[in-house]
Design a protein around this ligand. Structure first.
Ligand code: FES
Length: 165
């Protein structure tokens, strides 16, 4: 009798341990999983497209949310948007591909100019002069109604190819 009672007690303990383990694994994953994740690509609205001038770059702001482990942060980034006469839209990352300075559009010269080391790009983002090793970095985007939705990504500066960071 004692042996049977002891056996049932151990069996109950074993079943409880198995159930506890089954419940604990997802709970632990839920708790510590985000600390391993770093998400920096974010989709955000860059405003409406109807009011974009043709072939004149406009700087728009996007508010992106980044997740670094448990830390959530919101940052406002300025992207360059160009609506072409064909209706095509280009969205450029705001950093020069040389060393990451902020460049500007010059209406007079009809060029993007980087003040740091003289980088010059045309409307299509192609390098015309200076040390930039690659064209301006385009970013993916979609149109939702009249809204331009941009997937904001930063890229490694100084590299000859686009490398997301
Ligand atoms: Fe733009 Fe150097 S950072 S040319």
């Amino acid at each position: 009798m004692t042996t049977r009672r002891r056996f049932l007690g151990r069996l109950t303990g074993l079943i409880a341990a198995v159930i506890g383990t089954i419940l604990a694994v997802p709970a632990v994953g839920y708790l510590i999983g985000p600390s391993w994740r770093r998400v920096s690509a974010t989709r955000a609205s860059a405003g409406t497209i109807a009011d974009l001038p043709v072939d004149q770059p406009v700087q728009r702001e996007v508010v992106i949310e980044t997740h670094d482990g448990w830390l959530k942060d919101q940052n406002t980034k300025g992207v360059w948007v160009v609506k072409r006469s064909t209706g095509e839209i280009n969205v450029y990352n705001p950093h020069c591909t040389h060393l990451g300075c902020a460049y500007k559009w010059s209406r007079d010269e009809q060029r993007f100019l980087c003040p740091c080391h003289g980088g010059v790009y045309d409307l299509n983002g192609r390098v015309l002069a200076g040390p930039p090793p690659r064209p301006l970095d385009t970013m993916e985007h979609t149109i939702d109604g009249d809204r331009l939705i941009v997937t904001y990504v930063d890229f490694k500066s100084g590299a000859s190819k686009k490398i997301p960071i």
